[in-house]
Design a binder for this molecule. Structure first.
Ligand code: GDP
Length: 338
């Protein structure tokens, strides 16, 4: 119940020390900012709250660094009451003991008043670390947090750790996993995807939020980041093309929308393409979601009809899962500069 706010939107809070990478993450994932351009982002000096329209209707709140969110003057309840997950960003390239002390303090406070909030620790900027050092750093951070939790009797706290970087797909994978925990219909979506894979001999199927390239669900075979990368890169092609053929998107100008009037579901984009020894299949399911699948190259031409049919079945199932429309699950991100 506390994974959803008053308005039914599960919200995410993005926190961490100044310069840990919060604004970069928000801009790369939700605004498609090229990672190298985050070098020029300005530090936040006032509270910023912005909405990003995608399947989940994200909002980012960027709070300036001098605010102490446990200060009684600060409206803690208003911020923490409605969030489903707190993402804490730690700069793994920097001295991190202070960041961990701050995180531990926050977790202990949260465990006391809001024990159901998922705590998701992004050990971030790992692109700059050698493989060995990366693993050691990751384990050291986990150990330090868990020691503190057990010392205080909170071994059961819902906390997870991820290695992330804006320079590869790991930041999108991290967000995908965080968000999936906040979607109550996830088991149903996974079952629908499993059925689809079995019926069509599909290797891996992802349900993507098109704008952010976060995957909302995948079938339950083990996830391989390589497959995710291939599918996610394929989305970029489609978003371009969809400006001409696909569903209307939130960021369209009125002229663009006029041009598209009359495009119904029937004209949603469906493509299938060879990728090395395998095939990629993509279909837009609604304004926000696309299904992307990877499969072997056994007689794809004959299979296309079977796949189209079964994806139709999947789409009907999806409509039942989200009966009130495709924006049922909504996530809000609140970023603070610690
Ligand atoms: P914030 O104060 O927490 O919002 O941090 P910023 O988003 O302003 O990021 C601080 C600096 O970290 C910027 O120069 C970013 O380019 C850099 N940065 C952010 N994410 C990464 C990452 O994954 N890897 C590397 N190497 N640098 C990053």
């Amino acid at each position: 119940p506390n994974s959803k706010g008053r308005d039914g939107k599960p919200r995410l809070l993005l926190m961490g020390q100044r310069r840990s990478g919060k604004s970069s993450i928000a801009n790369v994932v939700f605004h498609k900012l090229p990672p190298s351009e985050t070098l020029f982002l300005e530090t936040t000096y006032r509270i910023k709250k912005e909405s990003m329209h995608s399947f989940m209707d994200f909002q980012v709140w960027d709070l300036p660094g001098h605010l102490d969110y446990f200060d009684p003057a600060f409206d803690t309840d208003n911020i923490f009451d409605e969030i489903g997950a707190l993402i804490w960003v730690i700069d793994a390239q920097d001295e991190y003991l202070d960041a961990i002390a701050r995180l531990n303090l926050t977790i202990l406070n949260l465990q006391h008043s809001y024990p159901n909030i998922n705590i998701e620790v992004f050990v971030h900027k790992v692109d700059g670390l050698s493989d060995d050092f990366r693993g050691d750093t990751f384990r050291d951070i986990i150990q330090r947090v868990q020691d503190e939790l057990s010392d205080n009797g909170y071994e059961q706290a819902p906390i997870s750790f991820y290695q992330t970087s804006i320079y590869d797909h790991s930041i999108f994978e991290g967000f995908s996993k965080v968000i999936q925990k906040l979607i109550p219909q996830l088991p149903t979506l996974e079952a629908l995807l499993n059925n689809l894979c079995a019926a069509c001999n599909i290797e891996k199927a992802y349900l993507f939020d098109i704008m952010s390239k976060i995957y909302v669900a995948t079938d339950t075979t083990p996830t391989d980041i390589g497959n995710y990368e291939i599918c996610s890169d394929y989305i970029d092609v489609v978003v371009d093309v969809a400006e001409i053929y696909g569903y209307e998107r939130e960021n369209q100008t009125p002229e663009e929308e006029l041009l598209e009037k009359g495009n119904g579901d029937a004209e949603s984009l469906i493509t299938m393409e060879r990728k090395g020894a395998r095939y990629l299949y993509l279909r837009e399911l609604n304004k926000y979601l696309a299904l992307v699948c990877i499969m072997g190259d056994d007689s794809p031409a004959e299979k296309k009809a079977i796949i189209d049919y079964n994806v139709g079945v999947f789409q009907a199932g999806l409509k039942k899962v989200f009966p009130k429309g495709d924006r049922e699950a909504q996530v809000e991100i609140v970023a603070t500069n610690d």
